[in-house]
Ligand binder design. Sequence first.
Ligand SMILES: O=c1ccn([C@@H]2O[C@H](COP(=O)(O)OP(=O)(O)O[C@H]3O[C@@H](CO)[C@H](O)[C@H]3O)[C@@H](O)[C@H]2O)c(=O)[nH]1
Ligand code: MN
Length: 399
Amino acid sequence: MGPPALLPPFYTPPFHSLVRQSPPRHHHHRPACRDPPIRSPAMASAPPLLKDELDIVIPTIRNLDFLEMWRPFFQPYHLIIIQDGDPSKSIRVPEGFDYELYNRNDINRMLGPKASCISFKDSACRCFGYMVSKKKYVYTIDDDCFVAKDPSGKDINALEQHIKNLLSPSTPFFFNTLYDPYRDGADFVRGYPFSLREGVPTVVSHGLWLNIPDYDAPTQLVKPLERNTRYVDAILTIPKGTLFPMCGMNLAFDRELIGPAMYFGLMGDGQPIGRYDDMWAGWCTKVITDHLGLGVKTGLPYIWHSKASNPFVNLKKEYNGIFWQEELIPFFQSVSLPKDATTVQKCYLELAKQVRAKLGKVDSYFNKLADSMVTWIEAWDELNPPKGGVATANGPPKK
Ligand SMILES: O=c1ccn([C@@H]2O[C@H](COP(=O)(O)OP(=O)(O)O[C@H]3O[C@@H](CO)[C@H](O)[C@H]3O)[C@@H](O)[C@H]2O)c(=O)[nH]1
Ligand SMILES: [Mn+2]
């Protein structure tokens, strides 16, 4: 039984190619002891990774004072702020950040009737930021997430770790027991097929959270005081064929390779479900990355999540999701995409068809969701015409 069809068949490579041609890695001098790595002057002034190729997308209903703590890591990057709720409210952004801010009026102006696919009064609105970004990479973070410390007490530059995760391959087709083989100090273990060691492009980097973990409302209700204090120094590729609960609090992705799949669905105001925005996007994304032979990683980096939202309010928002997901998961596990679905958009439109056909009977909401999935792709392609095309929306907001 050979490797999945997406990969070259097993072959006995000539000896010289057995030495893994791993992609160039950021070589750091790491002293044996646990002192912080010695930073040469050159390294100290190393320019921020992907400075002009990555946008930071923040959904918010409050002033963004949390950015002060992130300033050392975020200031060089462009921010895309999606202001949810009342557009007449003004959001304070600390001085010195380069940003663009979109409120509901901007979304309606830019998308016209297609704005109906962007949620209102739910963090799902953040996906509008993915659509208007022009960069190759996106990092999205909630405004109640702060800089965490690693076991040595050092501030964690979550953005830098996400970028490293995205710039090194994933291994979805065969599990490496020593975790991420591309990290310094790790490698593929004995028995790992050499024909699979190049890995595949990583398109999603899913970070975790210290302090308040991303628990659902029932768990939050029964364990109100539980805090996550466990720092696990690991990054794992989520194997092909395995779904996972994607949280949007601390998430980075390759917008060019998987962006159109990152639709956070119809949630919040006027919808029978909330707080399943990131979950929905994660399930759609994973079946598409599996189909296209792309990789998803989870683990480092950690952020410090500071606020437990109200579990009773959350229970009301999540109730249908907790019930429906027992049907949604078998649906996503059974999804098969046709060979000619060779782009994310084609995969996503095929997925929308199957959502309507198979989930419409679970609840009529899924017919609405299937329609909005199509609207999302239409809006995405309008704002992101193929290279050389002209975007047709009404352009960014007057600041
Ligand atoms: O109506 C809203 C509510 C909030 N936001 C912004 O979205 C993020 C997350 O808000 P919050 O921290 O209150 O959310 P949590 O209860 O911690 O849940 C998180 O888990 C995921 C559930 O889908 C999701 O990542 C979070 O909701 C903040 O930046 C708020 O300002 C909003 O835009 N609209
Ligand atoms: Mn939160």
